[in-house]
Design a protein around this ligand. Structure first.
Ligand code: PMP
Length: 403
């Protein structure tokens, strides 16, 4: 007789989530921790979007939507993205969060044995999704500065490499690829005929302007740059309307994934979108039809309304918190100053692994995530600084005291 555990697929067993589970088990025992582990904004969904969601439910938007998403939201996203990248972005599919987009993209692109290349540290879901799809993750170390290691990436490409995943701004490092790095990545993709999957979920959270950067530098037009030259040190909130050098500006064989989870604090609403070549997006749509069916209907309507809510104040607040946490840690830790998202990824001191350091932090009531969750290395830890200034300051003080 088989026990229930004997029915579990090799696919499910192949996904090892023990690292993060150990952290959560430890965290469950903490009373009122200083929680610097949460990968979501600490502000609430904009009021306008809440009202729009309630209205959508009341006025009957409670049924399935078309698989690809509601027309007005797709049309608006296609127009905005196309304007930003300076050409028609292609088809748009509304997904169940960016996670849904990642799942459908990987299932649509990766055959068993195909190799997919991306930098280490990486967003943890990539390796697990590739395991599920039977693909092979080829990760390329980007320590210690987390810059795009173009030469090492190129050296790791084989005839089986099919896809390059980029994630800028990055979870867990908070690094934003520079224009030159994006160009280098695109040149490699072009040379080796790879598709690019660009996970841009943190796209609005950009804190530095590249010196001398203009739309023209990427060879494309568009209104997305705040092009008046000003020094990065005197950025005012409106100047934070920077733009992301997306590979889609340069390379048509790019699938963009973005969403509302981080930009509008809607992680529980499950609204994301994928944009790119029709040949891929149509396959993702077909697979969505037989998996998620569609993204939540009333929340698609609310997301459309949320697009008109300015989020510059939140971005400015996170830029300030980025400075706070960086200044609070750099005396004691080797740490690269992040340029986007809301994460920072310091190195633990010599002689101790990140996992051991995190146990010490938890014993001192601070919850952070060990780097081995995102990496082949266990030398760094991730802080999410999307929390109050008080908790941040206290957290930095306690962590520094452990060194
Ligand atoms: N990509 C990255 C890099 C992320 O950090 C996250 C969320 N932590 C996701 C995708 C998934 O986002 P969503 O909640 O929209 O599924």
């Amino acid at each position: 007789m088989r026990s229930p555990a004997d029915y579990v697929s090799r696919r499910a067993l192949g996904v090892d989530a023990s690292g993060i589970r150990r952290v959560f088990d430890l965290a469950a025992k903490m009373k009122d921790p200083i929680n610097l582990s949460i990968g979501l904004p600490d502000f609430d969904v904009p009021e306008i979007a809440k009202i729009a969601a309630i209205d959508a439910i009341r006025t009957g938007h409670n049924r399935y939507t078309p698989t690809q998403g509601i027309e007005p939201l797709r049309t608006r996203l296609r127009a905005d993205l196309s304007e930003e990248i300076g050409r028609d972005v292609g088809e748009v599919l509304i997904t169940s969060g960016v996670s849904g987009g990642l799942f459908l993209a990987i299932l649509s692109i990766v055959d068993p044995g195909d190799e997919v290349i991306f930098v280490d540290p990486y967003f943890v879901m990539y390796t697990h999704l590739l395991t599920m799809a039977g693909g092979k993750a080829v990760t390329v170390d980007s320590y210690p500065d987390f810059r795009f290691p173009a030469e090492k990436i190129e050296a790791a490409i084989t005839p089986r490499t099919k896809l390059m995943i980029l994630n800028s701004p990055s979870n867990p490092t908070g690094m934003v690829m520079t224009e030159a790095e994006v160009k280098a990545a695109v040149a490699i993709a072009q040379k080796h005929d790879l598709l690019i999957l660009s996970d841009e979920i943190y796209e609005p959270f950009l804190y530095e302007r590249e010196e001398g950067l203009s739309t023209g530098d990427l060879g494309l037009s568009g209104n997305a740059t705040a092009s008046s030259a000003s020094s990065p040190s005197v950025l005012s909130p409106q100047h934070l309307a920077l733009y992301l050098p997306s590979p889609a500006r340069l390379y048509e064989k790019t699938i963009i994934l973005r969403g509302f989870s981080k930009s509008h604090a809607m992680t529980g609403w499950r609204i994301g979108y994928a944009a790119g070549p029709a040949e891929i997006i149509s396959q993702m749509t077909k697979l969505q039809q037989y998996t998620y069916v569609c993204a939540p209907s009333p929340l698609q309507h609310a997301a459309l309304k949320a697009m008109d809510v300015p989020i510059g104040d939140a971005v400015a607040a996170y830029r300030r918190k980025r400075d706070l946490v960086y200044e609070g840690l750099r005396g004691k830790f080797e740490v690269v100053k992040p340029t986007g998202a809301f994460y920072i990824f310091p190195k633990v001191p010599e002689g101790i692994t990140a996992s051991e350091f995190v146990v010490k932090a938890i014993e001192n009531n601070v919850l952070v995530i060990p780097g081995n969750v995102f990496s082949g290395r266990d030398t760094h830890f991730r802080i999410s600084y999307a929390t109050t200034d008080e908790k941040l300051a206290k957290g930095c003080e306690i962590l520094s005291g452990l060194v």
